[in-house]
Design a protein around this ligand. Structure first.
Ligand code: HEM
Length: 183
């Protein structure tokens, strides 16, 4: 039986490690760095969400609209007096497999978010990092993903889109943090 999640996890582990190192350099208890962290995510996440919306991903995952968090980032930035930055271009999501791969990355990013929220200054808004996922949301997501991605070709297409999505966050982090940031 295909195990898409295991393949995605294995084949994007290096991408995740790089992102963890990159975003680990933002000091979330420092309001200036926290704002920069939110700005980087705001350049990447809403763009992937909009591409998934445009591709009709809600037909594949019915609670997709409720999972989106672009408006939570916008609310954090608005509370800090900032507008949303211009979005970076999302990777092509023209097949259901590619859509699952991108969704895997944005849904998975919530797992570390709860951890990160604990490091944010008490006076800063945390709509984005602090909003908990409903119980079982990640497990249900993975069950659907494993059901939908059956063939090696589908899993390969999902992995490519997942890596493209990780790259988008990495690009955003580097743009915001400046050229001094290395992997
Ligand atoms: C400093 C930044 C980050 C930290 C500390 C972090 C931490 C974590 C942790 C602890 C987990 C595992 C949670 C668990 O198994 O219960 C996780 C999973 C994951 N994270 Fe991150 N993360 C960070 C950034 C990101 C970003 C920016 C993305 C994507 C845009 C991302 C995507 C994922 C994905 C897809 C998974 C699921 C892997 C799986 O299949 O188990 N992470 N992260």
């Amino acid at each position: 039986m295909a195990d898409a999640r295991a393949a995605l996890r294995r084949d994007t582990a290096g991408d995740h490690e790089r992102l963890d190192a990159l975003f680990g350099r933002f000091r979330l208890d420092d309001p200036v760095d926290y704002r920069a962290f939110l700005t980087a995510h705001a350049m990447a996440l809403p763009s992937v969400e909009a591409a998934l919306d445009a591709a009709g991903f809600a037909a594949l995952l019915d609670d997709w609209p409720a999972r989106r968090r672009g408006s939570a980032i916008a609310a954090d930035l608005a509370a800090l007096g900032d507008a949303m930055p211009p979005p970076l271009a999302a990777p092509p999501l023209d097949t259901p497999a590619a859509q699952w791969g991108a969704a895997y990355v944005v849904e998975g990013s919530r797992l570390g978010g709860a951890l990160l929220a604990r490091g944010v200054a008490e006076t800063s808004p945390t709509y984005y990092l602090g909003t908990p996922q409903p119980p079982g949301a990640w497990r249900n997501f993975l069950a659907r993903l494993d059901e939908q991605l059956r063939s090696p070709d589908e899993i390969a297409a999902a992995t490519e889109a997942a890596r493209g999505t990780f790259t988008l966050f990495e690009q955003a982090g580097r743009i915001v943090k400046g050229a001094d940031v290395r992997p």
